[in-house]
Design a protein around this ligand. Structure first.
Ligand SMILES: [Mg+2]
Length: 124
């Protein structure tokens, strides 16, 4: 049994630290990317089991990154959880249209994040 791999695309170090700490006590293997372009490249290279995608990112947005990842046939079914600080109405719909499987608005509790991770990447 190999550990499931989670790619977290996030430009904010403090947020990355929180998720790193959260997943440290689980069997998930975490890989990180710091901007949208690197997120797409890492996703296509590593083929993670699940992607956590911040929306506000340098270079290209999380929305655009999701579109590019979804354009790759091998990544069509990979769960992507979009994470945004925007509580604007319509944002969830935009994220889903860009390819998000699920959506989590900041601020979120680590428990909520872990629950979604376990839901979409079970068995770890
Ligand atoms: Mg950000």
């Amino acid at each position: 049994m190999s550990a499931k791999t989670i790619l977290y695309v996030e430009d904010n170090e403090a947020n990355r630290m929180i998720v790193r700490d959260l997943l440290k006590r689980t069997q998930y293997q975490l890989i990180e990317a710091h901007d949208g372009e690197a997120g797409v490249a890492t996703a296509l290279e590593k083929k993670p089991d699940l992607i956590l995608m911040d929306i506000q990112l340098p270079k290209i947005s999380g929305m655009e990154a999701m579109r590019r990842i979804r354009a790759e046939a091998s990544m069509a079914d990979t769960p992507i959880i979009a994470i945004t600080s925007f509580a604007l109405s319509g944002d969830e719909q935009k994220a889903k249209e860009a390819g998000a499987t699920a959506y989590l608005a900041k601020p979120y509790s680590p428990f909520d994040l872990l629950k979604l991770v376990r839901q979409y990447a079970p068995d770890s």
